[in-house]
Design a binder for this molecule. Sequence first.
Ligand code: NAP
Length: 473
Amino acid sequence: MTHTPHVAIVGAGPSGLFAAQALLRAHESVRIDILDRLPAPFGLLRYGVAPDHASMQGIQRALVAPFTSERVRFFGLVELGRSITRDELVAGYDAVIYAAGASEDRRLHVPGEELPGSRSAREFVAWYCGHPDAEAQQLAGVEAAVTFGVGNVAVDVARVLAASPARLAGTDMPGDVLAELRRASVRDVWVVGRRGPQHASFTTPELRELLGLDGVQPVIDPTDVAGIDETDLDRRVRGNLAALREAAGRSVPDAHARLHLRFWRRPVSVMGEDAVSGVVLERTLPAGGTSVVGTGERETIACQLVLRAIGYRGRPLAGVAFDDEAGVIPNRGGRVVRPDGTPSPGEYVVGWIKRGPVGVIGTNKSDAAETVALLLDDLAAETGVKDAARGPEVDALLASHGLEASSFADWEAIDAEERARGEASGRSRVKVASWSQLTDLVRHGRGGGPLEREHEGEAAPAAEAGLAGDDLS
Ligand code: NAP
């Protein structure tokens, strides 16, 4: 290949940024354009990691590295399918890497799941992380909450619900989120697994942190954690069982809340007329492999909030191949494949939209390295990549559509404002959570009018598909 390769990455979350890093390290001249529908990069690191896990923010310092390279440009407020099409991108670049994550939810498929007060943990997480698309949550009157699923997302939402307000007060949560969490008087949080504790997917440090929350009494049926043959269990599972057993015997004086871990129970229905009033569970038994069978023995838990923490799901990208059953872009090692199994030239995929919603943020590093190695092989061999006669790139395409993207400098203006808000309230940062304020900050940073600061946390309208060029002039 004789010309400088240009790569577009769709999604500025951890998987996209690890891919950018891997490309920069492995190729001395590659140029990279990173697109995101939000004006803020970092994806799930910013909008998925629980705000009380501030140490994770250290990863942000590593992930920001590609943006310091002159070979990288950031185009925020650009949505594939709305601002720009897949065909335009594929024509404009030697390679396109899809790094769009998994932004849908799995469903329980039980009656009552749609009642007000029953929602996905993903929506709840997006709200407390200040995602501009998140719907404001009402917690007034919530005394008991049930989460279905026993993975790390369930652990996160259970911790945020059960924690004392003091634990969350110093985080970067938007002010109205903190106020709503303070208003809630959650006394009981139930974490319900359809299989046993030895099958739970949460990790031991996260579980221990949950079980050790100040002022929270763990409630665990000792029979759930007794008599389990540990011979073939891995270290994580043995660690989980040890943590659960310790917690089952611990008494927390003057607890403000109880945390119930309930295993071998599957959801039968969510009860309520106009809003959630409880859930019906059925006891289960193992039925071979990962399946369970109901015993017919039922129980009811009164609650006002139900959160499904049963896994995320990839969302199809307009015009891009998609395996609807698996919720991923069909690929082999990161090379996108067509229905006949042959590689689709110049198209690659990384992260949750490649392998499904599993693994921690660091998993994306090796995952991105795998994809980037194949991409570079293809570039070197000039197989699977287009010739140098490319179509226009993102900036020219947007201009032709009358749209203008936000830049990394615009993100820095948002970042500075969030830090300033943090300083004013004794925190390191307070997130800006509304679309209008985010786009205001972009305009303001370009000398386009005063900042509107009155409506923090307002309900978000649909995402802008790029700003109209005139707005930023
Ligand atoms: P997950 O680990 O896959 O857990 C999903 C849970 O939902 C499992 O317990 C699963 O049970 C259960 N489930 C699925 N369908 C169900 C149904 N119909 N009824 C009842 N239960 C059902 O997913 P996650 O918690 O969303 O986490 C996603 C990834 O992000 C994980 O890799 C996780 O480690 C990572 N993450 C990490 C952190 C952290 O490191 N602090 C924080 C958040 C997320 P079965 O096993 O029986 O299917």
